[in-house]
Each structure stands twice: as structure tokens, then as C-alpha cells.
Write a protein that binds this ligand. Sequence first.
Ligand code: PEP
Length: 254
Amino acid sequence: MRPVPVWVGTSWKMNKGPAAAIETARALAAFTPPAGVQPFVIPPFTSLRDVCAILHDTPVLTGAQNTHWEDAGAWTGEISPAMVAECGAELVEIGHSERRAHFGETDWTVNLKVHAVLRHGMRPLVCIGDSAQEHDFGVTREVLARQIMIALHGVSPRKMAQVLVAYEPVWAIGVNGRAAEAGFVAEIHAHLRAVLVRIAGEEAGGNVPLLYGGSVTRDNARAYTRLDNIDGVFVGRAAWNVTDFVQLIRSVAP
Ligand code: PEP
């Protein structure tokens, strides 16, 4: 059984300054998503507070793209989970492959951040993914099991109800990516579900939403979400334009 609803979210990455972010958020605030769909947006830190305020009391959730694990201290250039929570964020993306590749994010720092986000009453959106090489060597399942087991180490079954996981193959995301076949993603998600049930039990592990991300568009989104093991999609480029995002959200209505 699919944990309801269907999740559809986008991270704007390092796009949209405050003016563009506010304009996009206002357009989203005027839109009523179809029943059974849970949209979310993840703006850059510079607009987090504004976007949270605009989308507060709307069905669209707002998240942050990252957080530090400490609440305060001598960490120049970092943003703490307390600050993110104070801005009004409801979820926090952690462990995106770009952060792992370019900013030294590891499974261990992902785990620290998961606990920090949960401590502040927000939902961690944990991104995991296999590289092209790992995929070619046939170790996708092992790599993902390791990433998820370390990321969620020490999370109680009760707190697990707040966790979201996005499977984002590194070879599928971005301009050079190719979208993974929906059937392949469904198989991988079945494997991830089994791992989650093993570490958190039938109920807690069975209810963690599993999203797919990587070259999702409004034309292929439904091919993923119609499958049993895929509880939503996490989208980059194809959702930055608000009209495209709205169409994408409508396309996955159950
Ligand atoms: C991403 O980078 O997380 C992503 C899903 O990007 P895109 O949809 O642009 O492939």
C-alpha cells in the first residue's frame, strides 16, 4: 500500500534571487493543488524566510537545501537547524549528490544532520544515489543500503514517521542525466522498502515516503508515481518554472 499522499517537490538549487523566489512563491500560493498530492518547494537560504511566510497556511510545504548539525557556534558560512526552523521551514533536504560530490558531505554528516533536523521538529528529506560507475558494476542495491542505514542510524521508529527518502541516481540527474526507467526505480524502491522495514520495523519502515528524482518532467512524472513503490517525485530543472511545476503537480493527481 502506498503511504498517501503523492509527494511532488522541487529544489531551486542556486537559482532565483529573493525577487524571483518571492514571485514564484506568490504564484504557488494562489494555486490549489489537487487532492492527494503534497507539493513542496526548497528555495535557497536567501529566500527561505520569505517563501515560508508566503506559503504558510497553503498546502505547499517549504524546505531548506541543507543545514549544519550544530545549533550555533564557530562555523563560518554555515546555517544551523535552529535558524532554519526559526525561518519556518518544514523540511530539510540532506545529502544531495551535489553536496556529497562538491562539499564533502558524507554518510556520517548526513546522519548528524538527520538527527539535528528531527530534534528541531522538521522532516529530513534524505537524498541517496548510486554513481554511474556503481550502477555499471551492479552494486546499486548495496550502495543505497549502506547510505540509508548510516543516514538513519539511531532514528527511533517514532521519529521515522518524519523521514522522507529520495532515490536520485547520480547518472539520472542534471543536464547530462538520463531518466531511470520507471520499472527499475520501482524495483530499487522495493529493495529500499525492505531495508527500511529491516531497520525500523514493518509499520515505521513501511510508511517512509520513497521519492524518485532524476530528469523527471511533466511528461514522465506519472509513469513513476503510478507505480506502487514510488510515493512521489523530486524534481530539479523541469519544475523551476511555476507553470511547469503546476502542470507537473496536476499530472500526478491520483
Ligand atoms: C536533482 O538534482 O535533484 C534533480 C532531480 O535534478 P533534475 O530533475 O534537473 O535532473
